[in-house]
Every structure is written in C-alpha cells, then in structure tokens.
Design a protein around this ligand. Structure first.
Ligand code: OFO
Length: 171
C-alpha cells in the first residue's frame, strides 16, 4: 500500500520538474535569440535532464501503485537582461528545487516511508551537482564582465556539453 502523503508530494514534484524543464527551454529560446548557440545547447540538454527527473518520479509513483495526478504547468519567464541574469535565475531555481527535495526527504522520514527515502537519495546527490554546475557558469560569466570575446569563449565551452546522468535506483 503506497503512502498517500508521499505519493501526493511526489505528484507535486513531477509538476516542479516539468516546470524546470519548461524554464530551461525558455532560456534556450532566449539564448538562441541572442545567437549564443552554445548556451542554448546547454539549456536544451538541461531541459532533457529535467524531463528525466520528472519521469523518475512518475515511474516511482507507478511502481509503488500510486496514482498519477498531473497538474497545470505555470508559464516560465521568457526574457532576461543578460546571459548572467539567466544563469543566476537558473541557480536560484536549483536552490529552490534542492529545498523541495529536502522537504520530500523530511516527509519520507516523518512517514517512515523507507522506499521513498532510498529513492530520494539519488536526487539529494543530483542537486549538489546541479547547483555546482550552474554556479561555475555564473562565476565565469561574472569574470567575463563586459568582454564579448570572453562571453563567446564561454559559449563555445558550453556547446561541448553532453548528457551525463547517474542511474537512479529505480532504473
Ligand atoms: Fe534541475 O534538478 Fe530537477 O528540477
């Protein structure tokens, strides 16, 4: 019998992960409009990664015999003042997701839902990586300041990104 409280919260987290995907897709469009193809590429992969996060929760709920209740996805922001502002927003967003994951861990402990707790450990580790990756880019963009040649170098570097993700326990 699945724990109802955990399953409801996991359904909410599916919405959050799909929103993350939507937000990064919007950022990809912003970077495309600025002809920063490397950053757009990075964000497109980020979108894919977020879809995978949503699907991990989706599959886990089903595996536990829970019910999937998909809810409305909020529209993301569509414009940013600079690449730095977009990546700073991305970092703030990841901090918010980390705190949501931590809340889910707290709930799993309170509910003594050990399966959910074990499943969530992958996300705890993943969030450390998510925050670190974005923060590194934020710091580089700060160093670039008003130098377009440095911005283009960072753009080129980000065009090299490939999708790497650690397998989750339910994979
Ligand atoms: Fe970006 O980690 Fe999921 O939302």
């Amino acid at each position: 019998m699945p724990n109802q409280k955990t399953m409801e919260s996991f359904n909410q987290q599916i919405n959050e992960e799909i929103f993350s995907s939507y937000l990064y897709l919007s950022m990809a469009a912003y970077f495309e409009s600025k002809n920063l193809k490397g950053m757009a590429h990075w964000m497109r992969l980020q979108t894919e990664e977020e879809n995978m996060h949503a699907m991990k929760f989706f599959d886990f709920v089903l595996q536990r015999g829970g019910k999937i209740n998909l809810s409305k996805i909020e529209g993301p922001k569509t414009d940013w003042a600079s690449p730095l502002e977009a990546f700073e927003d991305s970092y703030k967003h990841e901090e918010k997701i980390t705190s949501l994951i931590n809340n889910l861990v707290d709930l799993s402990l309170k509910e003594k839902d050990h399966a959910a707790n074990a499943f969530l450990q992958w996300f705890v580790t993943e969030q450390v990586e998510e925050e670190a990756n974005v923060l590194e880019i934020v710091e580089k963009l700060k160093l670039a300041g008003d130098h377009p040649e440095v911005l283009l170098m960072i753009d080129k570097e980000l065009s090299q990104r490939t999708l790497t993700t650690t397998p989750a326990p339910n994979n």
